[in-house]
Design a binder for this molecule. Structure first.
Ligand code: NCD
Length: 309
């Protein structure tokens, strides 16, 4: 049986192209499962998974939970607001206490960059990074590439535009790594203040003119403006942001070609994207959500295969 080259899923930057192929092949099988009347397989009946969400989440948390249930794993759910972290316990102590209850896999979202890597060095469990601060969100990038492959047949050779708040986005960085690994070209577009200085060193071009950027691409992945991560003003007003970088039907009609529209959610309707575009037939936003479950099932299943039982 084919195996992943990594012991944990901490970031796309640790993966090889063959890992992505294996995850996609496995997700293809699980996508069939979740579209059957009985949407479950007994594969992980002997595995226990703890979902540790130290940061808020809706779809990622639900998607992981559902993926685990579809694989018949036992699940523990934990969110920071109800935890003993507020009483002064360290992350390692919290996790070791959970592991003492015989947990095999930890899915963790955490506000600190590198939290997953840190944990993987200090505890004895498989770690899946469900988002670490502004750093990486590997399962989101995998489901995004998988959705592009499903819609356009392949990722290789495609031109992918990431629009918006790249600076605060873990989705952007993981997408850049994943898309480049698969042979796509990536450009970013947004206000200069929301484009990190290091972006060019990753081989990613910047286009500040939205119309030109849209004319170039096959796919536009639109990011949310992450107000909660902003301690200063990065642009004069939300209205101006929307005028310059918001995706609406009018600009899409003006570019004179069809492009695929994506968004990781949650959407700020009327800010970075209009409802008309988000709900249009060019949008694959809800396919992304459906594929998220299959991708997460694949990642969990493949990591669980490495556990000695
Ligand atoms: C993203 C996240 O949390 O990084 N959402 C998600 O996981 N689907 C993006 C965001 O919050 O805007």
């Amino acid at each position: 049986m084919k195996q992943l080259s990594v012991e944990h899923l901490l970031g796309i930057k640790y993966l090889k192209n063959t890992d992505i192929d294996l995850i996609f092949e496995t997700a293809d099988q699980f996508k069939k499962v979740i579209n059957r009347p009985i949407k479950k397989v007994p594969s992980l009946r002997d595995i226990t998974i703890a979902n540790l969400f130290f940061e808020n989440s809706t779809r990622t948390k639900l998607s992981f939970e559902l993926a685990e249930k579809r694989l018949s794993a036992d699940i523990l759910n934990f969110s920071a607001s109800q935890s003993s972290l507020k009483k002064g316990e360290t992350l390692i102590d919290t996790v070791n206490n959970i592991l003492a209850m015989k947990v095999d896999i930890i899915v963790m979202r955490h506000g600190n960059v590198g939290a997953g890597v840190f944990l993987s060095k200090h505890v004895d469990a498989k770690i899946i990074n469900a988002g670490d601060g502004t750093h990486e969100h590997p399962t989101q990038a995998l489901l995004d590439s998988y959705s592009i492959r499903e819609k356009l047949g392949k990722v290789k050779g495609k031109k992918i535009l990431i629009v918006g708040d790249v600076l605060h986005s873990r989705v952007a960085l993981s997408n850049i790594f994943a898309l480049q690994l698969q042979g796509a070209t990536v450009k970013v577009c947004g206000p200069t203040t929301l484009i990190p200085k290091y972006i060019k060193s990753l081989g990613v071009e910047i286009e500040t003119d939205l119309k030109k950027a849209l004319e170039w691409c096959d796919v536009a992945n639109v990011l949310r403006v992450q107000h909660e991560r902003m301690d200063i003003n990065y642009f004069p007003s939300t209205r101006e942001y929307t005028q310059l970088y918001g995706i609406n039907q009018e600009i899409l009609d003006r570019i004179g070609k069809k492009i695929v529209i994506m968004h990781p959610g949650p959407i700020n309707r009327g800010v970075e994207i209009t409802s008309e575009v988000a709900d249009s037939s060019d949008s694959i936003i809800l396919d992304q959500v459906e594929n998220g479950v299959a991708i997460r099932m694949a990642v969990i299943y493949l990591l669980a295969q490495q556990i000695k039982r």
